[in-house]
Structure formats: structure tokens, C-alpha cells
Design a protein around this ligand. Structure first.
Ligand code: ADP
Ligand code: MG
Length: 652
């Protein structure tokens, strides 16, 4: 003889209560054959629901055995039990337990999603079932728009979705009026006639009387078990075994993912305020990280650009011990022959002595103060100054102390307003010395606020004799060739000059060092602010964890229903994890947009530099947001997936 569909032997179920246990089921023995229609009746608290949960593999017995078609269930893990529920059992609850965010058809579809049915088949089947239950015109309604009887019919359709052979109905008419109750019972009869096994739990003798067999339970024990009508001969063939093809494993996983994704979106939409407040934390965190990195990068580029204008790879040698050395003005040891000697070094790409003075420049009626630089012919090469027009000073200019002058664009614009193209070849007065303008160079922006300064460049020999009356130098600028290490060059220069002067009466400004120190300063700053931003991200993450925990406890019934219809633990985990990651990812994108917006604002405020957004920063912001979602969403999601379905459903 074939194994009975359900075989229970000496089954006990105890719940922890206070210090001890309450036994809800005290040694149940029960056999139910396929195709029976059974009512389990008993007073409230007698253990009916507990028995039903065990029968439906929502709950495990404390002791005793439970076999489904001869297969013992006690060794099965959560996912195997979920598979059993998915394939064999259809649940109908007293409170329908429909998901409020989904339409009737959407609710009916759920079990098939977890079973991996193709979506087209799924939808067709859901509509067929609703049609059969007289709900065709309500398929797109949400539970809130349906009456109790209609909701129960949707939940029956859901129970039938995977062609369950056993329908478990726990007080299916408990919340319904008389007419709806009769309707539901009629449907249950029909299902029985289809060849399904129907088990109804009820406290109502009238409902129980509909069944062929009534099992009475009291205080956890079966006290009566009687056949009221002869069992109908079932014809299994009447019922199609399974309908609809199952999709490939990969396709099914994608389907489950997209279902979880949609549920996450719906959940976020249902709690807009809460979600957006949580997102705000992450948005601020991400926006500040991206902004700080962009600010750091932008300011660093600006500084490096300034240094580049200062002259790349240059050493500038000054007399004295340091800037501000009072004696430096009196130290006369830095001389032209030092420059000549430096020029002989293998690494010298360009060397120029400089002297400086200030005075007035005048052309016709226009007069202005200007910085007068006396320079060598290699000065422009050493400083990488760009020639705009005309020519530069050459060796002859230096040797013959010519009264030739190269002016910068500021000076040209000041002295020749409206007629800038007449500058070359004009004679301007510098103090009282007439000089011929031979070239225009671009204005240096190296000095702070230096954009408006006027600079004119004369041969240093001319400045020494005509303006200063002294042969000492302000500095020597040495441009080191690209292949030589700046520190080596600096050391060589120091050794050489110390030997020539008999003492170290000079100091060297190394642009490379300045660049390094500025770079490292901005990097330190960026690191520091990033650390603060990261802390704010962590705080945001905790916010995410918090709403996820709230979300899990709010949707406990939903979790229970999903588990009852066969969701695996992984499906539940995935759903909540997706929600957490989605919250964070959307915040991340908003954060990046906010940062970009800040950049626009920043440049509109007329800052001297703009924010530079690196792709790395943006990509890492997105990765960061995702990670926060995963890390802080994992715990709540795992909690949700490990919930015990029977307990969760009893809480609702
Ligand atoms: P019925 O469905 O017949 O009204 P139940 O099966 O729900 O009864 O409950 C039977 C007994 O088990 C009751 O005394 C109830 O308090 C107890 N019980 C049921 N579920 C739990 C649970 N999850 N934790 C503790 N006690 C429970
Ligand atoms: Mg109950």
C-alpha cells in the first residue's frame, strides 16, 4: 500500500513560556490520505494552529515524526522545508495576509516566482485562477480596494498558484460574513473535487460539518476523529500535474531578483519620509567626500600651476640665511661669476642672475609703478615665460647694457590702452631712462595678487649701472635639466658655492621642495577631511541599519507569507539587502549630483580655482555607497531571513 500523504506519530510541540514550557500538542497520532477533506475543530487555544503549522512545514515538532508521502521531514533544513511548502502546500489564512503594495494578480503570482516559473506563464495562470474564482475584473485591484470575501478568494488563488496538492486553511471564514463564508466553502469543496487534499481548521461546527472527516482537538490532544461521510473516490488524473514550464535556473534567479527589486522600491515608496531622511545622511556623507576630494585636487592643481609658472625645476639662490635675513641686503658675495660658474654644471639648463628694483614707467601721459627686473638672457627660459610678441633679451643686450626692455602684458595694457599693437618699437621711460620696447611676455601669476602688477625686464647689467649702482645680485636662478634629480643639483650647488664663498652665506629655494610640501599638505588636508566624511558615512550607514530593522519588523507578516509560499532564506535576505543597497546607491548618486552642483556654485562665486572631479572619486563614492548598504543592511536582512515562519505568522 502506498504511503499515506500525511503520517504523524506521537508528535509533540512545546513552546518556551516563562521558566518552563507550554505543550501545545501532546502526542498527536494522525494519518490523512491524499484526497481527503478534513476539518480540525477545537476551542480557541486548543492547538489547532500549531498543528496546522506543523502540517504545512512552517513549524517543526519538538518530538515525534512527521512524514509527507513517506518522506520524514525532521532532517530537512529551512530551504528544503521551503521547497516542500512551495511544491505541496497552499495556505489560506484567516486574515488573508495579502501584500498591500501588490495587485491581486501580483499577490497570486508570488509562489510561482519562488518556484521559478516563466513570467508569461505565471501571469496567465494568475489571471486564470482569479477568473475561475470570479475575480477576473478585480485582478489589478489592490487588497485595500477589495472586500474581505474577495481578498480571501485572492488568497485561495495564491494557494493554488503552484498546484499544491494539499490546501491548508486556518479559520478561512473566521473574518467573513455568512455569504462570503459560504462562497469560500464552496470553493474549497470544488478544490476537493479536483482531487486536492483540503484541511480546514475551524472553531465553528457548521464549517466543520462541510468536511468528510472531523478531527476534534482539545488541549493539544485529539479527542475525537470521525468520518461523517464516505470519502470521495479521488481521481488524481482530473488535476493537471503541473502547468506552465519552469524557467531556466538562471532566468528564475533573475526573476526572483527583479521581484525583490520591485518590492524594495515599493517599500521605499511606502515610507518616503523615513527613507529620505535616512538617505539625507548618506547624501551629505557622499557629497562631502566627493567635494573634499575635488577641492583638494582643484587647489592642488592651482598651486602646482603656480609653481610651474614660477619655473619648473628651478633652484633660486639668494644671499643671506633665509628670507627676511636683515643682513642679506648687505651681503654682496653673490656675484655674476657665481652664475658663470653655475652655468658650467652639467645639469644647468639655464642660468640667470637677477637684480630688482622698482620705479615708475611712463609712456606719453600714462605713468605707473612697476617692478623692474634685471635679468640675464636665459631668464625667460629658466622661468618658462611665454613670449607673446616681439623678441627677448639676448647676450648682446646683456653685454652692451642696452636700454632694451621686455614688458609684460599688464604693462602693455596699462601704457598703451587701446593701441596695444603699437607697443613694440615704442620708447618708454623707466624712471628717467628711455628704453626701447622689444618684446611682450605674458604676465606672471606666480605672486599672490600678482595679476595686476606691472613687470618690466631689462638686462641686469643695465639695471645694475643705471638704477642700482651696485654689482651684487638679488638672486641667481638655475633651471635644472629634466634628467637630474633636484636634490642632487641642490647639494652640488650648495657645495660649490660654499667653497667659492668660504661660508654658506646663501640659501636656496627649491621649487621641487615647495611642490612636494604643498602637495603633501593638501594631501594631508584631503585625508583629514575625508576621514571626517567617512565618519559621517558610517553614521549614515547606522541610520540605514536602523530603518532596515524597523522595516523588517514592520513587514514581519509579509516575510511570513513569503516564507509560507516557499521563499528561501536567500530570497528574503536578498530582498532586504537590495532595499538597503538601493537606499544607499540612490543616496550616492544624489550625493554626487549635490557635489557637482556645489562645484557649479563654487565657480559662480568666482573662486580663483575650480573643483576637479576625478572619475576615481565618483566611482569610489558609488562603491562606497554600495558597501555601506551591504555592510549595514546585512544584519537586518539576515535577521529577517532567519525568522521562524510559524512564529512570524502567529504574531500577525
Ligand atoms: P488555536 O489555534 O487552537 O487557537 P494555538 O495552536 O494557536 O491554538 O495555540 C495553542 C497553545 O500554544 C496556546 O496555549 C498558545 O498560547 C500556545 N502557543 C501557540 N503558539 C505559541 C508561540 N509561538 N509561543 C508560545 N506559545 C504558543
Ligand atoms: Mg488558531
Amino acid at each position: 500500500m502506498a504511503d499515506p500523504l500525511i503520517l504523524i506519530e506521537n508528535l509533540r510541540r512545546a513552546f518556551p513560556s516563562g521558566d518552563g514550557y507550554v505543550e501545545a500538542l501532546k502526542g498527536i497520532d494522525l494519518t490523512i490520505e491524499a484526497g481527503e477533506m478534513v476539518a480540525i475543530i477545537g476551542a480557541s487555544g486548543s492547538g489547532k494552529s500549531t498543528l496546522m503549522n506543523v502540517l504545512g512545514c512552517l513549524d517543526k515538532p519538538t518530538s515525534g515524526t512527521y512524514r509527507v508521502s513517506g518522506k520524514p521531514t525532521d532532517a530537512l533544513g529551512p530551504d528544503d522545508l521551503a521547497a516542500l511548502r512551495r511544491e505541496h502546500f497552499g495556505f489560506i489564512f484567516q486574515r488573508y495576509n495579502l501584500l498591500a503594495e501588490l495587485t491581486a494578480a501580483g499577490n497570486v503570482e508570488i509562489p510561482a516566482i519562488y518556484a521559478g516559473q516563466r513570467s508569461a506563464d505565471r501571469l496567465e495562470k494568475a489571471h486564470q485562477l482569479l477568473d475561475r474564482l470570479g475575480m477576473a475584473d478585480r485582478a489589478e485591484h489592490r487588497p485595500g480596494q477589495l472586500s474581505g470575501g474577495q481578498q480571501q478568494r485572492v488568497s485561495i488563488a495564491r494557494a493554488l498558484m503552484n498546484d499544491a496538492d494539499v490546501i491548508l486553511a486556518d479559520e478561512p471564514t473566521g473574518a467573513l460574513d455568512k455569504k462570503s463564508s459560504e462562497e469560500v466553502l464552496r470553493i474549497l469543496h470544488e478544490l476537493h473535487e479536483d482531487g486536492r487534499t483540503v484541511i480546514i481548521v475551524t472553531h465553528d461546527p457548521e464549517v466543520a460539518a462541510q468536511a468528510e472527516r472531523i478531527i476534534e482537538i482539545s488541549d493539544g490532544e485529539i479527542i475525537a476523529d470521525r468520518q461523517t461521510r464516505p470519502a470521495k473516490q479521488i481521481q488524481s488524473a482530473e488535476r493537471p500535474a503541473t502547468s506552465g514550464q519552469s524557467a531556466s535556473a538562471w532566468k528564475a534567479a533573475v526573476d526572483r531578483f527583479s521581484e525583490a527589486f520591485q518590492m524594495a522600491l515599493l517599500a521605499m515608496r511606502a515610507h518616503k519620509l523615513r527613507t529620505s531622511l535616512t538617505m539625507l545622511g548618506i547624501v551629505i556623507g557622499i557629497a562631502s567626500v566627493v567635494c573634499v576630494l575635488a577641492l583638494g585636487e582643484g587647489s592642488q592643481r592651482q598651486v602646482l600651476e603656480n609653481i610651474r609658472r614660477l619655473g619648473t625645476n628651478t633652484l633660486e639662490i639668494f644671499p643671506g640665511k633665509n628670507f627676511g635675513d636683515l643682513r642679506s641686503g648687505r651681503i654682496r658675495t653673490l656675484v655674476v661669476s657665481d652664475a658663470a660658474e653655475l652655468e658650467k654644471q652639467y645639469f644647468a639648463a639655464a642660468v640667470t642672475p637677477t637684480v630688482s628694483s622698482s620705479g615708475t614707467v611712463r609712456f606719453g601721459p600714462v605713468e605707473a609703478n612697476a617692478q623692474i627686473s634685471g635679468v640675464g638672457d636665459q631668464y625667460f627660459a629658466a622661468k618658462a615665460t611665454e613670449l607673446v610678441e616681439g623678441r627677448l633679451l639676448d647676450t648682446d643686450s646683456i653685454r652692451f647694457r642696452t636700454q632694451e626692455v621686455v614688458i609684460d602684458e599688464n604693462t602693455r595694457n596699462t601704457l598703451f590702452p587701446g593701441a596695444t599693437d603699437t607697443a613694440i618699437g615704442s620708447v618708454i621711460f623707466i624712471d628717467t631712462v628711455p628704453c626701447l620696447v622689444i618684446g611682450i611676455v605674458s604676465s606672471s601669476q606666480s605672486s599672490f595678487g600678482g595679476r595686476q602688477n606691472l613687470s618690466v625686464y631689462l638686462p641686469y647689467t643695465t639695471v645694475q649701472t643705471r638704477f642700482l649702482g651696485s654689482t651684487s645680485l638679488r638672486s641667481i636662478i638655475l633651471r635644472v635639466d629634466e634628467s637630474t634629480d633636484m636634490d642632487v643639483a641642490e647639494q652640488t650647488v650648495t657645495d660649490m658655492l660654499t667653497q667659492r664663498h668660504g661660508a654658506k652665506d646663501f640659501f636656496i629655494l627649491n621649487t621641487d621642495e615647495i611642490r612636494q610640501s604643498i602637495t603633501s599638505t593638501t594631501q594631508t588636508m584631503a585625508l583629514l577631511i575625508s576621514a571626517i566624511a567617512l565618519i559621517s558615512l558610517a553614521v549614515g550607514g547606522i541610520g540605514v541599519m536602523n530603518i532596515m530593522l524597523v522595516s523588517v519588523s514592520e513587514r514581519i507578516t509579509e516575510i511570513g507569507v513569503r516564507m509560507a509560499v516557499g521563499a528561501r532564506q536567500g530570497d528574503i535576505l536578498q530582498q532586504f539587502l537590495i532595499e538597503a543597497v538601493l537606499v544607499c546607491l540612490i543616496s550616492g548618486v544624489l550625493g554626487i549630483l549635490a557635489a557637482l552642483g556645489f562645484g557649479v556654485l563654487f565657480s559662480m562665486l568666482g573662486s580663483s580655482f575650480s573643483l576637479v572631479y576625478s572619475n576615481t572619486a565618483i566611482v569610489s563614492a558609488v562603491i562606497c555607497a554600495t558597501l555601506i548598504g551591504v555592510v549595514f543592511g546585512y544584519l537586518p536582512a539576515r535577521n529577517a531571513s532567519r525568522l521562524d515562519p510559524s512564529e512570524v505568522l502567529s504574531r500577525s
